[in-house]
Design a protein around this ligand. Structure first.
Ligand SMILES: Nc1ncnc2c1ncn2[C@@H]1O[C@H](COP(=O)(O)OP(=O)(O)OP(=O)(O)O)[C@@H](O)[C@H]1O
Ligand SMILES: [Mg+2]
Length: 209
């Protein structure tokens, strides 16, 4: 049996990184080897792309088309260099964002054509589709308040307007409705502990652990 892919999606500040840590501990308690991935990045090429996309202070004028292609380039490398070999070694991959993020951010929020984003997503990942996608859903204002408390410097995408994040959230909810067998949506205003319990219970049942 091959490993599994579980991706986490949601706007900034919904608690993805928090919950990923907890799910990792849970899976390891079941003797499953876990590989954690965050997009963009992980490979050498991906980390160079991450810097360009998020932190390089000299990047002021990236057009949406370039942004999409850079995310897809990072993703294509990640799939072939890390995810496929890890699946073959029966590891489970937990992705902090995967191709649904491009549908939501570059597609809905930056308003690139949906069909183009879908095609590039497919081209980048091939057959590597998550077995399960956990969507942490929250009101945009609440998520942005949480991020302000975090007090790190905002990256290029985190500095976008509230309308931008509303489009992202709506797209995620639409994807979850359209692909209801792949998505598990959770109210991210619940406490960290309650969310973790819901996720672990669901994963345990779904994969018969
Ligand atoms: N269920 C929760 N209730 C209240 N606050 C939470 C909850 N989960 C996480 N937080 C807090 O919200 C902030 C954002 O959480 P986290 O970094 O896990 O989000 P994220 O989705 O990974 O964000 P990003 O997309 O920016 O990486 C942190 O300060 C975290 O402690
Ligand atoms: Mg995070």
């Amino acid at each position: 049996m091959l490993g599994k892919i579980i991706s986490f999606e949601g706007i900034e500040g919904t608690g993805k990184s928090t919950q990923i840590q907890r799910l990792k501990i849970f899976l390891e308690s079941k003797n499953i080897e876990v590989l954690m991935i965050r997009e963009p990045g992980n490979t050498y090429i991906g980390e160079q792309i991450r810097h360009l996309l998020q932190h390089d202070p000299n990047v002021h004028n990236m057009c949406p088309e370039t942004e999409l292609l850079l995310f897809e380039a990072s993703r294509a490398q990640l799939v072939r260099e890390l995810i496929l070999p890890a699946l073959n070694e029966k590891k489970w991959i937990i992705c902090d964002r995967f191709f649904d993020s491009s549908a939501a951010y570059q597609g809905a929020a930056r308003q690139l054509p949906k069909e183009i984003v879908e095609q590039f997503n497919r081209f980048a990942v091939g057959n590597c589709v998550p077995n399960l996608t956990i969507l942490l859903d929250i009101d945009v204002e609440i998520a942005l308040q949480r991020l302000q408390q975090r007090k790190e410097k905002k990256d290029r995408i985190e500095s976008e307007s509230i309308e931008f994040f509303r489009r992202v959230r709506e797209k995620y909810l639409q994807l979850a409705r359209e692909e209801s067998s792949r998505f598990f949506t959770i109210d991210a205003t619940l406490s960290e502990k309650v969310i973790a319990e819901k996720i672990c219970t669901y994963v345990q049942e779904r994969f018969a652990l």
